[in-house]
Design a protein around this ligand. Structure first.
Ligand code: FE
Ligand code: FE
Ligand code: MG
Length: 171
C-alpha cells in the first residue's frame, strides 16, 4: 500500500495511474480544441442549436482537463507540459473537421465521445477499490461523457429526421 499525499493506493502502481491520467489529459485538451474549432466552422441546417451544444461541451472538456491535472499533481506526477505531447500521448486521437456540415460534425463528435467513454471506463475499472479519489473523479467525468454522447446523438437524430421530412415534402 502506497501513501501518496493524502490518498492511499492499493495494488496498483501510482506511475501507471499517472500515465493513464496523462493520456486522458491529452485527450481532454484535444477534445476541447475539436469542439472549439467545430463550433466556429460549423455550417448548415440548425447549426445554431448545435453550435451552442459544442460550446458547452468545450467548456466541460476544459474543466475535465483541470480536474485531471490537479489529480496528477496530487499523485506526485507532472501533467504533460507541451502541446506537442498531446498528439503523442492521446488515446482517442484528433480528427480535424474536414466536412463542416452539421451532420458530419455531429458524427465526428459522437465518435470522440464514444472513445472518451471507453477510456474512462478503463480507468474506472483500474482504480475501483484501489485509488478511491481517482475512481470518484473519473466516474464523474465518465457520467459527463455519457451525457455528451447522448446529447449529440439526439441532436443528430432530430436533424437527420428533419432533413428527411423536408426531402419527403419536396418530392
Ligand atoms: Fe471530457
Ligand atoms: Fe465529452
Ligand atoms: Mg450537452
Amino acid at each position: 500500500m502506497a501513501r501518496v499525499g493524502n490518498s492511499i493506493i492499493k495494488g496498483i502502481e501510482v506511475s501507471e495511474v499517472i500515465n493513464k491520467l496523462n493520456r486522458a489529459y491529452a485527450d481532454e485538451w484535444l477534445a476541447y480544441y475539436q469542439y472549439f474549432i467545430e463550433s466556429k466552422v460549423i455550417k448548415g441546417l440548425m447549426k445554431d442549436a448545435v453550435m451552442g451544444e459544442l460550446v458547452l461541451h468545450a467548456a466541460d472538456e476544459l474543466r475535465h482537463a483541470t480536474m485531471i491535472a490537479d489529480r496528477i499533481i496530487q499523485l506526485g506526477g507532472t501533467p504533460l507540459l507541451h502541446p506537442s505531447d498531446w498528439l503523442v500521448q492521446t488515446h482517442c486521437g484528433y480528427d480535424a473537421p474536414n466536412d463542416f456540415d452539421v451532420v458530419a460534425i455531429l458524427k465526428d463528435a459522437i465518435k470522440g465521445e464514444q472513445c472518451a467513454i471507453s477510456t474512462y471506463s478503463d480507468i474506472v475499472d483500474m482504480t475501483r477499490n484501489k485509488d478511491i479519489v481517482t475512481y470518484d473523479m473519473v466516474s464523474q467525468i465518465l457520467a459527463d461523457e455519457v451525457e455528451h454522447e447522448e446529447d449529440l446523438q439526439s441532436l443528430h437524430d432530430d436533424i437527420t429526421e428533419f432533413i428527411n421530412d423536408i426531402k419527403k415534402n419536396l418530392r
